[in-house]
Design a protein around this ligand. Structure first.
Ligand code: HEM
Length: 127
């Protein structure tokens, strides 16, 4: 398979995945019943699976591995933070006052991931 094609697949999934998260987060903050829409319930699982699958393929084909390359280690750790914060921000048992800070923190972590990916540096090349 063509490396560039998979990289574009990875990038497309990044855009759709973040878009779906922002949409669900915004609806949740307004207490809108977004779970009623099947598309919003199912699509994130499919997109995130393709996102991670393409990430693993890129890791394998580029020979750059997490816990060997600093930027990929930072990506994986920040991804865990993003998943945890995102799940809590959207969670059914989260109070409405906790949602906004959790949602903002999740967006900060995914912004950090994009910065790390673009600069290939855990510090965004600033240090
Ligand atoms: C929300 C999660 C993720 C986001 C937002 C993201 C974002 C990106 C972006 C923007 C690029 C393109 C960088 C460029 O311009 O070359 C990229 C490439 C890449 N990503 Fe991700 N990514 C995510 C998850 C992951 C994970 C979990 C891994 C693996 C552990 C990974 C591995 C890679 C690899 C190997 C490349 C290709 C780099 C190259 O061609 O040198 N990504 N990612």
């Amino acid at each position: 398979m063509d490396y560039l094609l998979v990289k574009y697949l990875h990038l497309s999934c990044v855009v759709i995945s973040i878009g779906l998260f922002v949409l669900r987060g915004t609806l949740q903050l307004q207490s809108k019943p977004w779970r009623q829409w099947r598309l919003l319930r199912v699509a994130p699982h499919i997109v995130d699976t393709v996102l991670l699958g393409s990430a693993l393929w890129l890791v394998w084909r580029s020979g750059q591995y997490p816990f060997v390359e600093g930027w990929l280690t930072a990506k994986v750790l920040a991804l865990l933070a993003y998943i945890g914060l995102g799940m809590r921000a959207l969670g059914k048992n989260t109070s409405q006052t906790q949602r906004l800070p959790l949602f903002a923190a999740a967006l900060l972590s995914v912004t950090y991931i994009v910065g790390v990916a673009l600069t290939r540096s855990p510090s965004w090349g600033l240090l």
